[in-house]
Design a protein around this ligand. Structure first.
Ligand SMILES: Nc1ncnc2c1ncn2[C@@H]1O[C@H](COP(=O)(O)OP(=O)(O)OP(=O)(O)O)[C@@H](O)[C@H]1O
Ligand SMILES: [Mg+2]
Length: 347
């Protein structure tokens, strides 16, 4: 006990700058440069993709029109030819009449994905390496859960993973008709970018992310019309393959990033290390995100919410490292994290 207090005291003395800078408002929730991030303004708030990058991504999609169609997912809303059901309304329960359709639909999707030389499981997120960049687009199942989350607002029985009935999809299409699961990657990135630049978080790296229009699709911003193009970190390794967790400065800056951007999915696959920096690569929203609340509208006027990433940092990164390195004392790192969290909570 005494020892911990001494550690706390030392940290307090060493890390007094933990008192928050007033340049950053940790309760600003979903804003970027003071503006609420919305589907309507996110394209203007996000740096335009360099021309050659846009051209590279769009020619990749033009060369593979069927893959581009799968990535767009616009057809997930439309009845499958010869069948009276849209993919989003298929019943995935085993032994149901839809089973043969489900198998055929996803087998066909898989064959085109394989033809394009990609390992992506049908229905999962696309993470497509393209030279110095990566194309990211959310998959069928994550978007389907966005629709379920919307329906669950008025029908609590529409639980996670439940089949969407044609009438329910029609309701969704009439009232909303679009999702932002892919788009959300850029929204969270804007929050992180703002914090990093304002506070000069020199131990955090954020690969650039851009919204690139899918050729032939409408210009409105939603998952069926844009993909995310991201700078690829060629030398990066999973966080737990390094000893960066032992560095209080890195853990402090990660704690600030999680607090300001409301990150939720913190693990060694989503935080990579390049040089001496922790690189946050996976900024996708939870798939229970309600499309009409994009982006983090439900944070408005609320304090200290959606910071589940703090517990994940402990559970998925600090604790496993402590277990595999019993001789390493992480009490200072944990103290810094704790103090920064407390400061942010009181902000
Ligand atoms: N910018 C990048 N540079 C290098 N590797 C990357 C980059 N972005 C992602 N990766 C690699 O691709 C993997 C998947 O990317 P990402 O985590 O964004 O996709 P995801 O589908 O959301 O993953 P998850 O399984 O966590 O939901 C990462 O774990 C990482 O190994
Ligand atoms: Mg990930």
């Amino acid at each position: 006990m005494l020892r911990n207090n001494i550690v706390m005291l030392i940290v307090l003395l060493c890390y007094s700058p933990l008192s928050l800078s007033n340049e950053i408002d940790y309760n600003s929730g979903n804003t970027y440069q003071g503006q609420e991030i919305t589907a309507e303004n996110i394209l203007q708030l996000t740096p335009e993709p360099p021309h050659e990058l846009e051209a590279k991504v769009q020619s990749y999609l033009k060369q593979k029109p069927i893959l581009a169609n799968i990535i767009s997912g616009a057809d997930y809303y439309n009845k499958i030819m010869f069948f009276d059901k849209a993919p989003f309304t298929l019943d995935f329960q085993p032994g149901t009449p839809d089973r043969p359709i489900v198998d055929l639909y996803f087998k066909t999707m898989e064959s085109y994905i394989r033809q394009a030389g990609l390992p992506t499981k049908p229905g999962q997120n696309f993470v497509i390496p393209l030279g110095d960049h990566i194309i990211k687009a959310s998959g069928f199942f994550n978007r389907r859960e966005n629709i379920n989350a919307y329906l669950r607002q008025t029908d609590p029985t529409q639980s996670y993973g439940k089949t969407i009935l044609p009438a329910q999809l029609e309701k969704f299409n009439k009232e909303v008709g679009k999702t932002y699961q892919t788009i959300s990657r850029v929204a969270y990135w804007l929050r992180l970018k703002e914090l990093k630049e304002t506070l000069n978080l020199d131990r955090i790296c954020l690969p650039d992310k851009y919204l690139v229009h899918i050729p032939g699709r409408p210009l409105q911003v939603d998952d069926t019309n844009y993909v995310v193009a991201e700078t690829a970190l060629h030398d990066a390794v999973p966080f737990d393959q390094t000893d960066l967790v032992e560095d209080p400065e890195v853990i402090q800056q990660l704690t600030q990033a999680i607090g300001y951007a409301h990150l939720w999915d913190i693990n060694s696959r989503n935080i990579l290390v390049s040089g001496d920096k922790a690189c946050i690569v996976d900024t996708e929203q939870p798939n229970v995100g309600v499309p009409t609340k994009f982006f983090l509208k439900d944070l408005k006027g609320k304090k200290d919410e959606h910071r589940g990433g703090w517990d994940e940092l402990e559970t998925n990164i600090i604790r496993p490292y402590a277990k595999s390195h019993p001789d390493i004392d992480l009490s200072k790192v944990r103290a810094v994290k704790h103090l920064m969290q407390e400061s942010i909570k009181q902000a």
